[in-house]
Write a protein that binds this ligand. Sequence first.
Ligand code: WT7
Length: 658
Amino acid sequence: MTKISGTALQEHLETLLEVTAFPPPAAFAQSALWKDPDVYAEADADPQAWWDRHARDLHWHHPWDTVLDWSDKPFAKWFVGGKINAAYNCVDRHVEAGRGDRVAFYWRGEEGEEQTLTYSWLHAQVQRAANALVDLGVRPGDVVGIYLPMIPEVVVAMLACARIGAPHNVVFGGFSVESVRERLEESHAKVLITADGARRRGKVHQIKQEIDTVTSSLPDLEHVLVVRRTSVNCPMAAGRDVDWDDALAAANPLAPIQAFDAEHPLFILYTSGSTAKPKGILHTTGGYLVGVAHTTKYIFDLRPETDVFWCSADVGWVTGHSYIVYGPLLNGATSVMYEGAPDYPHRAIWWETVERYKVSIFYTAPTAVRACMSWGAEEPNKHDLSSLRLLGSVGEPINPKAWLWYREVIGGGNCPIIDTWWQTETGQIMIAPVPGITAAKPGCAMRPLPGIKADVVDPDGNPITEGQGLLVLRRPWPGMLRTLYNEPERFVRTYWSRFGPDTYLVGDAARIDADGDIWILGRTDDVINVSGHRLSTAEVESAIVSHPKVAESAVVAQHDEITGQAIVAFVTPVEGTETEGMDHELRDHVAEMIGKLARPKRIIWTYDLPKTRSGKIMRRLLRDIAAGRDLGDVTTLRDPAVMDQLRKLIAERGDSED
Ligand code: WT7
């Protein structure tokens, strides 16, 4: 396709909106790893045999006796009796096979600096880092916190933990140190790996100094390992804090491989639930590795010898764990890793990067596609994107317009678009088109992958053949979470109780169409999806009410053109508080408590919140107010005057966003 923009592009996209489904480009389908739709039937006929076969793509130090033990459901055990080492599979075996010179990552920093990290380099670094952790007293089963920017050391740190059987607990760099504290405390982390500072859009943030304000209240934390990324002031506590470079230099360069049980914990990753307390999603080793290795290979149609893979997520989210670190490395792939934001230092940086490294597979979030769309096709059009052959999307529903823009402007009309539905809990992609087989519908996640069984059900759990309902998963899968760290009852209650222990409740609503294809509609719990990141309303509310001038708060989601959803906070101040000019203060407070990503886009001050006579906050009404919808019946309201006040307030003050 010739590169178009402006009105011509708009008209072109309008005509494409009429197309129901886009079959894989013929050339792609012809050479795809999976081109025969029989894979679905084959996997369904015997799912355990299917996973047994795919698990053999990895190196096991000892084979398993049983593929799946589901006798203690919903606590699954996969590849029972098998012994495996995650780091060995990600790094050593490629080096041993003579592929040490292959590039694992082309890393690019915010200031344009570059590093080429080969598998041999990773091999050497991971061994030293593993030994450095052992020298600090880390033993199998000890939790190691990681709070790092998108720098090569974050991959080394994760793999070093995996190598010695110490589950890592990565906290996204955009979370506040208070969030880090909570997650380290909950997981009893023994060591934290962090950086002196981080660069964000040209500014340097003093990470270590900030961390020091919370570490004293962590009795389990014995050491802090500090990577020097910047030259900011970095206080080091004698005996506790250790310089990463010094520790690696002092460590033995050789770290023998220890094989761990397939069910040995690999990592904990905290995610938001419907209460203020984040859930520690626990993934174990064998099954997770099988799930991500397999999906990286077949859903992205990955050819490690020739492809350059780029997942633009942050390693601090599950997407980064599965499709920046484990999936690509297990396959011996070459990836790109970029430190910065999509618009820093300029709005064509992603496309310049695609051209520079000849990226062939690109995986990003709908919010990023919509942001790029709003910046105009002129930016990507400046670059040669012809190396791209497959595009992926993840994190939230992608609207057909953004899907088509992605396909035409970024993919030049030649790349299959893979809308991948999954969760932190599922570990691996679950519902997505298969690129060489599926005729993909714009905005539709399509079908469960071979071996996966999903249904859309009514409130009683009966499958719906066409229409809307709750999305459920019916059958265990290797990458599934095993429990919530230290909260097994919450694990059972949250996911496996509504429809019994054989049905996993996803928490999303979905529509199944006449062809049996699944359209994800969004969360059914009190979770807001801002730019593909999960935030619980309760968590944001609790941060807001922890401000001394706040009496009560209710948080709801509002549709947003770019971020999908945005946070709207209704806030009742403590009596006598002057709220004029308070918005900034409250937003900063939320940033401090959770992180900038949780700052409400809009704050609406009100003397009371609409409540039922029994005192329950009527969130539906708040959502209607936020969306400017007709408020309908408010007769059950305790104090209908509240509604009049809210209506008036909104009319007078409008949006309070930055
Ligand atoms: C929730 C999971 C999976 C990694 C990123 C998010 C939503 C995810 C899609 C998609 C529609 C999607 C769901 C899901 N979601 N992918 N392709 N289409 N919605 O992981 O933070 O665990 O969030 O994100 O609501 O439940 P997460």
